[in-house]
Design a binder for this molecule. Structure first.
Ligand code: ZN
Ligand code: ZN
Length: 138
C-alpha cells in the first residue's frame, strides 16, 4: 500500500503496543486498518465523558484509500478537534503526522483535570475503537 498523501510505500509498525499500523516513513502519517481496529479490546468506560464527541461529516477529501483507491471522506471528531479521513468502504482511516500525539496530549490534560484512573493510551485505544464503531455504522 502507498501513502494516500505522498505515495511513498507504507511500512508496518507496531503502534503503542496495540496493533500493527501502516505508517508513512516520509510524511509520518499512518493508516489505521479497520481489521486491526477490530482486534482492539473494548474498555469499560464512562459514557458521559464521550457524549457530544461524535464525528461530523466533512467534505470528500482529495486523498485515496491505499487499499481500494476510493476517495477518502473527511471527518472531524469534535472532542479532540481531530480530523481524519476514512475509506467509504470501511478499509480504515488515515491520521496525519502528529495528530495522534496531539490527541494524546489533550487526553493527558483532561486526565490531569479529572483524575482519571485509566491511562491516556487506554483512552486513546477506546477512542480509536469508538471511531471505528462510528465509521462502520455509517
Ligand atoms: Zn506520506
Ligand atoms: Zn478502501
Amino acid at each position: 500500500m502507498n501513502c494516500p498523501k505522498c505515495a511513498t510505500p507504507l511500512t508496518q509498525k507496531y503502534y503503542k503496543g496495540m496493533m500493527e499500523v501502516d505508517a508513512c516513513p516520509a510524511c509520518r502519517g499512518m493508516w489505521l486498518d479497520f481489521d486491526e481496529l477490530d482486534r482492539l479490546e473494548d474498555v469499560a468506560f464512562d459514557d458521559d465523558a464521550r457524549k457530544g464527541s461524535l464525528l461530523h461529516h466533512g467534505t470528500g477529501g482529495e486523498s485515496l484509500c491505499p487499499a481500494c483507491n476510493a476517495a477518502l471522506m473527511e471527518f472531524q471528531y469534535r472532542l479532540y478537534d481531530l480530523r481524519l479521513e476514512a475509506c467509504p468502504q470501511n478499509h480504515g482511516f488515515w491520521l496525519d503526522a502528529g495528530e495522534d500525539e496531539r490527541v494524546l496530549e489533550i487526553m493527558r490534560e483532561r486526565a490531569g483535570q479529572i483524575q482519571r484512573k485509566l491511562g491516556v493510551e487506554q483512552q486513546w485505544r477506546q477512542t480509536l475503537s469508538d471511531l471505528h464503531h462510528f465509521l462502520t455504522k455509517n
